[in-house]
Design a protein around this ligand. Structure first.
Ligand SMILES: [Zn+2]
Ligand SMILES: [Zn+2]
Ligand SMILES: [Zn+2]
Ligand SMILES: [Zn+2]
Ligand SMILES: [Zn+2]
Length: 333
């Protein structure tokens, strides 16, 4: 899910004062206008310690003089009406002008804070599901919402998803993570079953890998089965993201390191997904990469950032060498 950021609006409502200075003589030492620099001999508009000819203090939008209260943003001034009409940030859901704290999603939409928890949010892209913004959406049986921007990309065919597994595995080879995906089976399940299977009661969980082997001979597993469980109905790029993460678990499992420190193991899986997503151009993959980067979770988020620092300073080969040999981060990371 996208991290929502509260931001403080920069719009401030200011009161200006009109000083009627008519009739006063400023022959010699008349004050000068902040805007045009010429002396002010009759009427003046004064605000925030500065003084202007009434015709020199003008609205940025309509270019007509301002004589009463006005709005200011980023150094520009506006009639209040012009500001509300043309400049003020408005809620992408209800069109109210946003003041104080508001929410913002990755796609550039801003929302009133009150919609948080009130309007359904797309489980994949983090947009609020609404007719106006996403053309509506669907509620899956397990309670997740998917918007109509993501829905056409959702995949339901296991064979088509297996094609993605092979494609992702090819991408992983390019940075040295060679995954043996023989015998891998894909299962599409709902959120409840995902939580039961994995033992993690987090709504953020999209995939889970179950390893079963009947016996081991000289350290080699026999009759091994890998089951990758994915939430059903996810759009293609989210499947790519999730499959890459799960295949990185498989890679770790194949090297008999399944008791790794959680931040080390999950952080490495997220970093592998980050690298795979980098092979796909476009806004969807950037969205998922950004979500990985901004994840505040101490295991998935911090783990990812620590692995990224390690891999970027010592190289991918070194990261994978540590990962296959050691159950925790090397010293210094
Ligand atoms: Zn002036
Ligand atoms: Zn105006
Ligand atoms: Zn609103
Ligand atoms: Zn969506
Ligand atoms: Zn994981």
């Amino acid at each position: 899910m996208i991290s929502m950021r509260d931001m403080r609006t920069r719009a401030a409502l200011l009161i200006g004062l009109v000083l009627m200075l008519a009739g006063l003589a400023f022959a010699a030492d008349a004050p000068t206008c902040t805007e045009c620099g010429k002396p002010i001999e009759r009427d003046a508009f004064q605000t925030q310690g500065r003084i202007y000819h009434p015709d020199c203090f003008v609205c940025e939008i309509c270019e007509r003089p301002i004589s009463g209260s006005y709005s200011e943003q980023k150094g520009n001034v506006y009639h209040n009406d012009c500001f509300l009409d043309r400049v003020a940030l408005k809620c992408s859901l209800c069109n109210d002008v946003l003041r104080g704290e508001y929410l913002q999603d990755y796609w550039g939409n801003s929302y009133c804070k009150r919609h948080d928890g009130e309007a359904p949010m797309c489980d994949s892209c983090g947009r609020f599901v609404s007719e106006k913004l996403t053309g509506g959406g669907t509620r899956y049986e397990d309670g997740r919402f998917i918007c109509n921007i993501c829905k056409p990309e959702s995949m339901t065919d296991v064979d088509a998803i297996l094609e993605i597994v092979y494609e992702v595995a090819e991408h992983m080879k390019t940075f040295g993570m060679e995954v043996d995906y023989n015998g891998i089976q894909i299962h599409l399940i709902g959120r409840d079953k995902m939580q039961t299977l994995s033992g993690h009661h987090s709504n953020g969980l999209r995939g889970f890998t179950d390893y079963r082997e009947d016996w081991r001979v000289f350290g080699r597993s026999q009759n091994r089965k890998m089951h990758i469980f994915l939430l059903y109905g996810m759009p293609r790029m989210e499947i790519i993201n999730t499959v890459a993460h799960e295949l990185a678990h498989v890679w770790q499992f194949n090297r008999a390191r399944f008791n790794n420190d959680k931040a080390w193991s999950e952080g490495s899986c997220n970093y592998a997904a980050f690298l795979v997503l980098g092979k796909y151009p476009g806004k969807e993959s950037s969205f998922f990469r950004t979500s990985l980067t901004r994840d505040v979770d101490p295991v998935y988020g911090d783990g990812f950032r620590r692995v990224k620092t390690l891999a970027e300073s010592e190289g991918h080969r070194a990261w994978l060498r540590y990962l296959s040999k050691s159950s925790d981060f090397p010293k210094g990371y």
